[in-house]
Design a protein around this ligand. Structure first.
Ligand code: MN
Length: 471
């Protein structure tokens, strides 16, 4: 059943949305498009994963489905900065600014996302939902913003959860102990369902905003507004009170059911292992709405897009958190080897002995996922794992510079933890504040920065060598 297309807004330029971003990628040679006939089971994820460091990829009609799929919206830190329209060096400060000065959304009534309405829901027929990692329990919706309302105040929360297709209108969902779970517990205590919407296909800035480590009852769509430089247009769902981005591609309106738990998992997760199968919360979908010719966004579990999305907004929050207590902290990275969640590198302009250990303790308190912290000086490039290891090799002594905390809260998805109870390790790999003139001075060849190899080298080395070694 289709509703009539709403009149076009004429008051201002088109709001930034996913399709506008994809057009921009295509125009600048950063978009790959797959041939038709790609299977939603395994094959789509395999091609996406193969391209995870290279380009965004669109699948026009996977398995002959009428709806296209896009993957790899983020391929590296630079692609995140590009999506926000900032130089890479300003990426974290831009995110910090958006959390500090959010821009509230505005409610509209004309919404492209409600151009087509389905009140009889069969998710696998309606949407091209892929299966990603080999031992996933089946197809998963992985890139949906789950928008929930505080049952008492109506304040909205936005987050991303893995969503298993459990039946034609049933979804098994993993709720970690954060804001969605808090709202759901409030509703469940009253014996009522929690109204939610799953929003698929939004501008990358909205996805990034959903991953900000904001306070409870800070609406992440306000952060998205600040990132986009204009309030997000939101529209009321047709079947409940949740407000959703009007220019999203697809919206699933539904409820998390009270006192219902059903098996969910396994699912390939960011630590590069499978999250287990267990009884978890269940969403019932009541209505699906979408734009004409919608685009379905998917994230390969544990792939680069998943990792980057975990890292960058967390880095912004951790940096802000650390700089509140330690103005000497310059930058942070959640490193790739640490699954972009568990291992944090901190760069500091060290001013006093001992402070790196305080920074380590502060970082552990910044997010429970942080398991290892390495503090380095400003001459160490924290984007380069070899540089970090070099600092540990030459500026760290385990009996003097190591901090270990036993039995703290960690990540339940870390298979080495005891159901989320985890040890923490901090390494102070900074050099002393006061050193001798050449002590801890990095070697350097004078003039290397200005060498012009084209001018310095002969064009034909073979001929040149023959002249040198002529007998
Ligand atoms: Mn939140």
């Amino acid at each position: 059943m289709n509703s009539p297309a709403p009149a076009l807004r004429s008051d201002n330029a088109a709001p930034p949305d996913l399709r506008q971003w994809l057009r921009q990628l295509a125009a600048t040679g950063r978009l790959a498009v797959a041939r038709s006939g790609v299977s939603l089971i395994d094959q789509l994820a395999a091609i996406s994963k193969k391209l995870e460091n290279d380009s965004t990829v669109v699948f026009p009609s996977p398995d002959g489905h009428a709806i296209a799929v896009v993957a790899n919206l983020f391929i590296d830190r630079r692609s995140v900065a590009d999506a926000l329209g900032v130089p890479i060096g300003q990426l974290l400060s831009r995110l910090q600014g958006a959390v500090r000065s959010p821009l509230p959304w505005v409610e509209v009534t004309d919404a492209p996302v409600q151009q087509q309405v389905h009140r009889e829901v069969d998710l696998l027929k309606l949407l091209p939902i892929p299966k990603h990692n080999e031992h996933d329990s089946g197809p998963y919706i992985t890139a949906a913003l789950l928008i929930a309302r505080n049952p008492k105040t109506g304040i909205q929360n936005v987050s991303i959860h893995r969503c298993q297709i459990s039946g034609p209108n049933r979804i098994g969902v993993l709720l970690l102990p954060r804001h969605t779970r808090h709202y759901f517990s409030m509703a469940e205590r009253e014996g009522t369902p929690l109204e939610i919407a799953l929003v698929i296909g939004v501008h990358p800035a909205c996805i990034l905003a959903s991953q900000a480590i904001a306070a409870l009852d800070q609406d992440e769509m306000h952060i998205a507004g600040a990132l986009l430089g204009r309030p997000v247009d939101m529209v009321k769902c047709l079947s409940n009170e949740v407000r959703v981005p009007a220019h999203a591609e697809i919206v699933l309106e539904g409820r998390i059911l009270p006192k219902v738990r059903e098996p969910e998992g396994p699912f390939g997760e960011f630590p590069q292992y499978y999250g287990d199968r267990a009884d978890r919360e269940v969403i019932q979908i009541d209505v699906v709405t979408h734009r004409h010719n919608p685009i379905f966004h998917t994230i390969v579990g544990g792939g680069m897009e998943h990792l980057i999305l975990g890292a960058v907004p967390r880095e912004a929050t951790l940096l802000e958190h650390l700089q509140r207590s330690f103005p000497s902290v310059r930058d942070v990275r959640l490193t790739r080897g640490g699954t972009c969640r568990y291992h944090l590198a901190v760069q500091t302009e060290k001013v006093s002995e001992g402070e790196p250990k305080n920074i380590i303790m502060g970082a552990f308190a910044g997010h429970y996922d942080v398991k290892q912290v390495v503090v380095v000086d400003t001459d160490v490039d924290i984007d380069d794992p070899n540089e970090i290891e070099w600092a540990v090799a030459t500026r760290f002594q385990a009996d003097r510079d190591l901090v270990v905390v036993a039995g703290a809260q960690g990540s339940k998805l870390d298979p080495s933890s005891d159901d989320g109870i985890s040890a923490k390790m901090g390494l102070d790999a900074t050099k002393p504040v006061v050193t001798g003139p050449l002590e801890f001075k990095r070697i350097h060849v004078k003039g290397i920065e200005s060498v012009d190899l084209a001018a310095a080298l002969q064009p034909d080395p073979q001929a040149a060598l023959l002249r040198i070694v002529a007998d």
